[in-house]
Write a protein that binds this ligand. Sequence first.
Ligand SMILES: Cc1cc2nc3c(=O)[nH]c(=O)nc-3n(C[C@H](O)[C@H](O)[C@H](O)COP(=O)(O)O)c2cc1C
Length: 187
Amino acid sequence: MAPVRVSVVIASTRPTRIGHHVAAWVVEALDGLTAPDGRPVEVTVHDLREIALPFLDEPGQPADGNYTHDHTRRWSAAMSATDALVLVMPEYNRGYNAALKNAIDYLYAEWEGLPVGLVGYGWHGASYAKSALRQTLERVKMTVVDGPGLSFGQTLTQEGEVGADDAAQAALGAMLAELVAGARSAS
Ligand SMILES: Cc1cc2nc3c(=O)[nH]c(=O)nc-3n(C[C@H](O)[C@H](O)[C@H](O)COP(=O)(O)O)c2cc1C
């Protein structure tokens, strides 16, 4: 039985980032999850710091899909092999981080119909960042499923320790269940 392939993207690329801690919390919640049709969930973490895409350097329009660089083809292959996506994203200056925008801008057809869950973190649960990101994701025809926003001083320390309360944990569980049920490969 083919698994449901869930990709978790760590959006922050800062050397002292905390995003990987938040991603670990998401991955832990995915452990043992199955789709409504019984298929297992297979999780892959994509770290934008490791992937290290340059600022968009393709000569052609992403919508044409004529990629000339290996880094673009690798990123395209990774997202084409994804049935549902989770973006683990910080809030920077009331928006989302530039590396995430760049990674989205690289591709086009790969995003269409892909369910995407948003896990934000910041001072106010990254609500501004999520709101800004939603417009971009809708433009590339992804299906957005909102998820938890972790807030410093409440459910997250500034060192990245997640202390999710019942509400945040429930929001994460509900988001993941909806994503897996609506995964691109779902029949
Ligand atoms: C450039 C920059 C801008 C920031 N702007 C905001 C902001 O507007 N709202 C907010 O809640 N936190 C803001 N923060 C705080 C970040 O949410 C916090 O540093 C968080 O740890 C960033 O995620 P990261 O460590 O994984 O990169 C900002 C941080 C940086 C580096």
